[in-house]
Design a protein. Structure first.
Length: 188
């Protein structure tokens, strides 16, 4: 898939009044592969081996990314990071990023990076993430983490291209027994 021309957007702090516009964006994505996870353990149950393998689906599937008003409302508080991308010419909201700040662990948890489908592949997600990194440094955050579903290959690919590395999984965190995969990046 080739990239489209960059879109002229302004990244700004999100406001409570932006939440409904964020929820109205097209959160769906097309997916044709996933990370297949297999856990092996020895007979004694002391040694585990986990493999991750990219598996192709027989066909492309449309998936709805789970957006939640509560995450956006929480991130609108000043101690967290809520950014929106607004098209400069029309003032139309085309994307957002939500990151919560764990002050005890000096951690920034990126919960959502969403770009409206017609505006994708124009580096808006990357620009949102870059502004979030600046905010994280200002808050003395030492590490960013990002969580996605093992079946959200576009998000996994984005994380890897953005310099994040695989840092773990949780098979009980997400709804519908989806496996959550974590990526992280040092801010030092």
């Amino acid at each position: 898939m080739q990239k489209s021309l960059p879109m002229n957007v302004v990244i700004r702090d999100g406001l409570a009044s932006d939440i409904q516009a964020c929820l109205n964006l097209d959160h769906s994505y097309a997916n044709d592969r996933a990370w297949q996870m297999t856990v092996y353990k020895d007979e004694d149950g002391y040694d585990y081996r986990i493999t991750l393998k990219i598996e192709r689906f027989p066909r492309v599937v449309e998936v709805m990314y789970p957006s939640e008003r509560a995450r956006l409302e929480q991130a609108a508080a000043p101690e967290h990071c809520f950014l929106v991308a607004v098209q400069r010419e029309t003032d139309q909201l085309v994307g957002y990023l939500v990151m919560t700040h764990d002050r005890v662990r000096h951690l920034g948890q990126v919960d959502d990076i969403v770009v409206d489908r017609p505006a994708r592949r124009r580096e808006i997600g990357t620009r949102l993430l870059n502004v979030a990194r600046v905010w994280a440094r200002e808050q003395h955050i030492q590490r960013l983490t990002l969580c996605t579903q093992s079946t959200n290959y576009p998000a996994i690919n984005f994380c890897q291209h953005a310099g994040f590395t695989f840092s773990g999984f949780n098979d009980r965190l997400l709804a519908h027994y989806e496996i959550a995969v974590f990526f992280s990046q040092s801010m030092r």
